[in-house]
Design a protein around this ligand. Structure first.
Ligand code: ATP
Ligand code: MG
Length: 611
């Protein structure tokens, strides 16, 4: 459907003998295009799923171990992998998701693309027959578990980008692909509305990556089956919404800073196109685009807004009056009047400008605004602060949460036996008539950095904007370093767990909770460290670290040293202007420590401390 231009470009590039990378979001028809071009041209193609486990051996081929033991190395004992097959038959090698493939496998492809042949140890050369080309696909939004492909790859391929298609083309694709058997005659208008809902997921402010046309295909298919079961029309409002939830809620990737559930976003978009929920007294309105009057029936299903699953409504901390900051006090900051020209408003452009010019002061101001008396200003500041903190913390994060790297290990320490690397040992021991020595065999395993972090935030004493911003950024930076297992506790006289080790609480919500902290009371350091130690006991990570953000001036009567000494690992982060006692404390317990010059340095300092 459509894609005339991309078809022409792909056919021409392949005709010229070039290798090609097709780059575009999921579901934009990359595979479909290649399949249809290959079949129209009568070209064979060999398909490889690109993922982190695609080792060079799996791509090229391997010696069959049992035949090898019997017959030794020969061309007959070699089992061709997809690359060897494509080379020998002059076929297209289609590698999906090339940006998920480990570097050493990509290097094999680079060699083949430049040399036109492949050298396999103990087998010899495999020359590329006429017609061999590599076509790779990748998705530019895919940032988890992927790396940007090397410029050496880009330099050897032609690139064709595939964006989302027009609404009309997507409607045609849905008409072609969606299974509506038993319910013929789905109206063109309804299908167009479905496509409109799906397309609107791609530019909603809360959504990072929206749904592809696959969402629309499934939505129509699910609605058709659901309608049959419910003996309702496919255009029934509730049938459509339920099908939309099923088809779209899992396909959208929301921004990390968004605390809404995906279901709430789907409902909002659905209502935008199909109107609000029809009232029960007026069921025939269900096909009507006009929104019914405000207000739902008391017994009617409630809208899906409200707190997202897995998240308990946030309880107000008891016994703690949180002093709010009035506008007059915020206005003492010279930047405030530009950033908030009107009551209850934040000018985002001015805020970004101020952040670029004077990040320190602006972050502190934003943290203060997150505690403003003015409710609208407070909400707006909290929303923006979470977003900015997450962006900043990610930018400073040198490690992705990416895939682990393949490492060679001893064969008796788990992993997958590297037959090729262990063959000499196997053959020799067989000739000598004894079992092979595991010490001399090689396995491949996934080396994953396994770290758990518990951040301990000291909020005794005055907890002004700058300290809050530093704490929020540190919390976000810790979340990036240990995405699975991290906890955050705050303490003054009492200890409060803001995120426990086994919780699913999103980082945005944790950042928000940190920004809501106000300081007061004594510094019960020993209790806080004890709570952190308990958090670390809940994880099975191999490295477990407590990050203490404090000036380390314990002001209760309990000595924190014995507790600190029992922690698996402690690092101390102290405000740059006030770090003598923190340094002395760290020395006494043998902990690493660093001074934190300003909030924006937190990600880099954390990365350094946890390296
Ligand atoms: N232009 C098109 N013509 C016909 N069908 C299409 C077209 N584009 C997409 N589709 C349909 O949409 C679905 C997704 O397409 P396809 O698998 O080709 O996307 P892709 O870009 O390869 O996705 P991914 O990046 O996830 O591999 C398929 O069901 C396919 O049939
Ligand atoms: Mg594909």
């Amino acid at each position: 459907m459509g894609r005339a231009r991309e078809t022409e470009l792909l056919v021409s590039a392949l005709d010229s003998g070039a290798h090609v990378v097709l780059e575009g979001p999921p579901g934009t028809g990359k595979t479909t295009l290649l399949r249809s071009v290959a079949s129209a041209e009568g070209t064979e193609f060999v398909f490889v799923e690109g993922n982190a486990e695609l080792t060079p051996g799996r791509l090229i081929g391997h010696f069959d171990p049992s035949r090898l033991l019997a017959d030794g190395y020969s061309a007959e004992t070699f089992v061709d992998g997809p690359l060897a097959v494509a080379l020998r038959t002059g076929a297209l090698l289609y590698v999906e998701e090339i940006n998920r493939v480990p570097e050493e496998t990509v290097n094999v492809l680079i060699t083949v693309m430049s040399e036109g042949e492949l050298h396999v140890p103990r087998l010899g050369r495999i020359r590329a027959e006429h017609g061999f080309r590599v076509v790779a696909a990748m998705n530019p939004f895919d940032s988890v578990g992927t790396t940007r492909i090397a410029s050496a790859v880009y330099d050897r391929v032609c690139r064709i980008t595939m964006g989302y298609q027009s609404a009309k083309d997507e409607e045609d694709i849905v008409a072609l692909r969606a299974n509506t058997s038993g319910l013929p005659g789905v109206s063109t208008k309804w299908r167009a509305q479905v496509v409109e809902v799906v397309r609107s997921t791609r530019d909603h402010a809360d959504v990072r990556v929206g749904s592809s046309v696959r969402g629309a295909i499934d939505l129509v298919g699910v609605a058709a089956s659901l309608a049959k079961r419910r003996r309702a029309g496919i255009t029934d409002w509730h049938v459509g919404l339920d099908a939309a939830q099923v088809a779209l809620s899992g396909r959208m990737r929301l921004h990390e800073s968004c605390s809404r559930a995906p279901e709430a976003v789907v409902r909002e978009l659905y209502e935008r196109v199909f109107g609000a929920e029809p009232t029960e007294t007026n069921p025939e309105e269900s096909d009507n685009k006009e929104p019914p009057p405000e207000g739902g029936e008391p017994g009617a299903p409630q809208p899906n807004e409200g707190p997202p699953p897995f998240q308990k409504p946030q309880a107000k901390p008891r016994g703690q009056k949180e002093a709010k900051i009035p506008r007059s006090q915020l206005a003492e900051n010279p930047r405030f009047s530009e950033i908030s020209p009107e009551v209850g408003e934040i000018d985002e452009a001015e805020l970004n400008k101020a952040l670029a010019e004077d990040p320190e002061n602006t972050l502190a101001l934003l943290a203060d605004m997150a505690g403003a008396t003015d409710e609208r200003l407070r909400a707006e500041a909290r929303r923006l602060a979470a977003k900015i903190v997450l962006d900043l913390s990610r930018r400073g994060s040198p490690v992705g949460r990416g895939i682990g790297k393949l490492r060679r290990t001893r064969a008796d320490s788990g992993g997958e036996l590297d037959i090729d690397g262990s063959l000499e040992t196997i053959l020799t021991s067989r000739a000598m008539g004894h079992a092979p020595d595991p010490d001399e065999m090689v396995a491949r395993g996934w080396a994953r950095p396994q770290m758990a972090v518990c951040l301990v935030v000291d909020r005794s004493g005055s907890m002004g904007g700058a300290r809050l911003a530093a704490a929020a950024l540190t919390a976000a930076a810790c979340a990036w370093r240990a995405p699975g297992d991290h906890a955050v506790v705050a303490f003054a006289k009492d200890v409060k767990v803001l995120r426990s080790m086994d919780s699913q609480r999103p980082t945005a919500a944790v950042v928000d909770a940190v920004l809501a902290l106000r300081g007061h009371g004594v510094t019960a350091l020993a209790d806080a460290l004890k709570a952190a130690g308990e958090q670390l006991e809940r994880t099975r990570a191999s490295r477990r670290v407590v990050v203490l953000l404090s000036d380390c001036r314990a002001s209760d009567d309990v000595d924190p040293l014995p507790v600190a000494a029992r922690l698996p690992e402690l690092v101390v982060l102290a405000p740059a202007g006030d770090c003598e006692e923190a340094e002395a404390f760290a020395r006494k317990v043998g902990a690493r420590w660093a001074a934190l010059p300003s909030a924006k340095d937190a990600p880099a300092v954390i990365a350094d401390l946890l390296a």
